[in-house]
Design a protein around this ligand. Structure first.
Ligand code: ZN
Length: 497
């Protein structure tokens, strides 16, 4: 009876977010909790369970998972505590499992370790042995490193952005594991690293240029020799040495097929690098132009997208609305724990003066406003419209300051749809303008009804205007930080056989 160990650790960080996150940021689950929480769900582990349980007599050995929302770099001691828990949980199974499934995102970073997932897989390998197959999963925005691939036999990458294929990705990784457990499969991994960081609408896999690479990767699965294939674009805000775009193809023993397939994806991706960058409207211009348009409009503030790792407390757009004296109604989410607490203390109807937002990142200046408490959020969280799950905004209040309606919350949460607004009884359609702190949302939430969605070139730790961020760790040269970067067509090969 085959026994497969399941473990994982996921976070995505922006190295440019000055708010360091810690152990408490992570939700930890142990043992059977992991299977119970994922079975039948659209999650990587959910898909893996489904694929693994196709095998008669399969015994799942769930051990440890630590997952967190996006944020700033993880305090290193917190990471070591997580790594210690991970090791303690898998140690008792050394010598007693036949395969390993690891659920990673791939874009972690600590204040000292710039390849945390590589560290974890290396430790797992040392504990569980060199001989058994290891597979892992990665987000399209993950950063797969040479160290991760040296210790793995395979991996699967999302084929969707915006992401929807979580379970399918787990299923693809686990299917490779099952094939290896059945015997006779000798994986060869080809990795083609493209020195380009990319952002923008062309990365939407259904409609954008990047869809060409993803469709090709998907087509490769028709060949039974192909075990897994995909392309990562990294998270450009995770400033680690190996952040890049990369095509990864894993075949059963066919080095040339793996190499050629990865190279084809990389070569066809490279000429599109300039088109796969953010296209912006200036902050001042966006705010001014919005006044002359029929609403509703959206101000996309991807520079402060908590789902990409920013603190969520940018007030750049509302400050510009105030500075220009614009009178149109604006709905905006903003993280400010002290202001939310003050509103809860004073109660509905109270009016107080306070600065709002801009407290955690020196790119911003706290904005002084006179605020009226319109409503208080008393719940303990809600699922996203997009992905389900559970988002806990902490103490939250709807505050009005003239034409501004602010949803002031305490914790940075994913703002990829309308969930925070709806939970507070607000409909973005009732406002002339809504600040949307996510690079892309499913069209039904905003794009389908707004007359204009400005991609605002606001400052912030997840600005798609990448050269403005100040990378120091990424391997150079890389486009667009270095306009003269070149792709040399090199392909790395990894094989444990
Ligand atoms: Zn992603």
């Amino acid at each position: 009876m085959p026994r497969v160990l399941i473990a994982g650790c996921q976070q995505e960080i922006s190295s440019f977010n000055p708010v360091i996150c810690n152990y408490g940021f992570f939700t930890k689950t142990w043992g059977d909790e992991i299977v119970d929480g994922n079975r039948g769900q659209n999650t990587e582990v959910g898909g893996a369970i489904e694929a693994l349980e196709q095998v008669p007599g399969m015994v799942l050995v769930p051990t440890y998972n630590a997952g967190a929302g996006s944020g700033g770099p993880l305090e290193h001691q917190s990471f070591l505590r997580i790594a210690h828990e991970f090791e303690e949980a898998i140690q008792p199974h050394a010598g007693n499992v036949d395969g390993v499934f690891l659920h990673f995102h791939g874009s972690m970073g600590t204040t000292e370790e710039l390849d945390p997932e590589g560290y974890l897989i290396e430790r797992a390998r040392a504990i569980l042995g060199e001989e058994i197959p290891f597979v892992f999963t990665g987000d399209i925005h993950g950063v797969t490193t040479a160290r991760m691939l040296r210790h793995a036999d395979g991996m699967a990458i999302y084929h969707t952005y915006p992401h929807t294929d979580f379970a399918d990705t787990g299923r693809r990784a686990a299917t490779q594991l099952v094939r290896m457990l059945e015997g006779g499969v000798k994986p060869v991994i080809a990795r083609a690293v493209v020195p380009a960081l990319v952002r923008g609408n062309e990365l939407i896999t259904e409609t954008g240029l990047f869809g060409t690479q993803v469709r090709f990767a998907k087509s490769l699965y028709d060949n039974p020799k192909v075990l897994n294939a995909g392309m990562q674009i990294g998270n450009p805000f995770t400033d680690v040495p190996e952040v890049c775009s990369q095509a990864i193809v894993i075949t059963d023993g066919d080095k040339e097929l793996a190499r050629e397939s990865a190279l084809k994806m990389a070569r066809e991706f490279w000429p599109n690098r300039a088109k796969m960058q953010g296209v912006f409207t200036g902050l001042e211009e966006s705010v001014r132009e919005a006044a002359s348009l029929d609403g509703p409009i959206a101000f996309t503030d991807a520079s402060d997208a908590p789902s990409s790792g920013s603190p969520g407390d940018s007030n750049a757009i509302i400050a510009e609305v105030v500075r220009q004296g614009q009178s149109y109604s604006v709905l905006a989410p903003i993280v400010d724990r002290p202001v939310a607490a003050k509103a809860h203390e004073l109660g509905i109807g109270a009016t107080f003066k306070s600065t709002v937002g801009g407290k955690s990142d020196p790119r911003f200046v706290p904005l002084e406003l006179e605020l009226t408490v319109k409503s208080l959020y008393e719940g303990d969280g809600f699922p996203l419209e997009t992905w389900g799950g559970h988002e806990d905004p902490g103490p939250t209040a709807v505050l009005e300051a003239g034409n501004l309606t602010l949803v002031v919350h305490s914790n940075p949460i994913n703002l990829v749809d309308r969930a925070l607004f709806l939970a507070n009884g607000l409909d973005p359609k009732d406002f002339h303008a809504t600040v949307v702190k996510s690079p892309h949302c499913e069209p039904q939430f905003f794009d389908d009804y707004v007359t204009c969605n400005f991609n605002v070139d606001a400052p912030g730790s997840t600005s798609a205007n990448l050269p403005t961020l100040g990378h120091v760790n990424v391997k150079r040269p890389i486009y667009p930080l270095d306009y003269d970067a070149e792709y040399n067509g090199e392909v790395e090969i990894y094989s444990r056989g």
